[in-house]
Design a protein around this ligand. Structure first.
Ligand code: MLT
Length: 243
């Protein structure tokens, strides 16, 4: 397996034109979009539609009037939407169809849609992801770090490095080696690293410490979220998640 890590949004912009044949993409927006999606699926949400813009979200809502509208801009709930982007809000949506648009996470997910397979990554489901990747053994694995606005986000790079660490015997690109080194440096205290990151501090300053704590939990569920034709569903789940 060849592992490449896409470290930041300017590289994500190039993905729609990239050749992703034979490639599995795992998308991480640890704080908070992909953690919220995994939380929703682990708690029984039926499906999640990640979209790029508020307009697309509103158009989909017309098509699916019962759907829950979620997402954020500048971290806050979008006017008129049902919920924001806190993973804590995504715990009580069993059976629901969710439409979400966020600044980076949903953009990164949709940028990968030509890949053979697109999986949703979080620390919450880390071991399950590793087991899934080891079993499916794709020829190429691209780990996508969704970042913050136009910049790299430490928490996403840590998660990418954790995957590299847990899949030995793979061929790492230089960016994957960087992610692995960053993970090794912080692996003893991932929650501390998340708190110290730019996003962790911004969320904390906004009174959202509990979101950071939630997203920092490692391997508390076995949920695999897979996106097909723009819709994320649970592809395998052995257990639920603590609520
Ligand atoms: C994003 O997609 O940019 C984020 O998840 C931002 C956030 O709500 O923390």
């Amino acid at each position: 397996m060849n592992i490449n890590v896409i470290l930041s949004p300017p590289e994500i912009d190039l993905l729609p034109q990239a050749d992703l044949t034979g490639t599995t993409c795992v998308v991480f927006d640890v704080l908070r979009a992909t953690s919220s999606i995994i939380t929703a699926l682990a708690n029984g949400a039926a499906e999640v539609h990640p979209v790029r813009t508020i307009e697309e979200a509103l158009a989909l809502k017309q098509r699916f009037p019962d759907a829950v509208l979620g997402g954020e801009r500048f971290g806050d709930r979008i006017d008129g939407f049902d919920i924001g982007n806190s993973p804590l809000e995504y715990r009580a949506l069993a059976g629901k169809r969710i439409i979400t648009t966020t600044t980076n996470g949903t953009i990164a997910l949709r940028a990968c849609e030509k890949a053979e397979r697109v999986l949703v990554g979080a620390l919450l489901n880390l071991d399950a992801l590793v087991a899934e990747l080891a079993a499916s053994s794709p020829e190429n694995l691209a780990i996508i770090c969704a970042g913050t606005f136009r910049e790299l986000a430490l928490e996403d790079v840590l998660a990418a490095g954790a995957i590299c660490a847990k899949l030995p015997g793979t061929a790492l690109s230089d960016s994957a080696m960087v992610a692995l080194d960053v993970f090794k440096q912080h692996q003893r205290d991932l929650p501390g690293a998340l708190r110290a990151s730019r996003n962790g501090q911004a969320l904390s300053a906004a009174g959202r410490d509990l979101d950071v704590q939630w997203c920092a939990q490692t391997s508390i569920c076995d949920t695999i979220g897979q996106m097909q034709a723009g819709i994320i569903t649970k592809s395998a789940s052995l257990e639920g998640i603590a609520s």
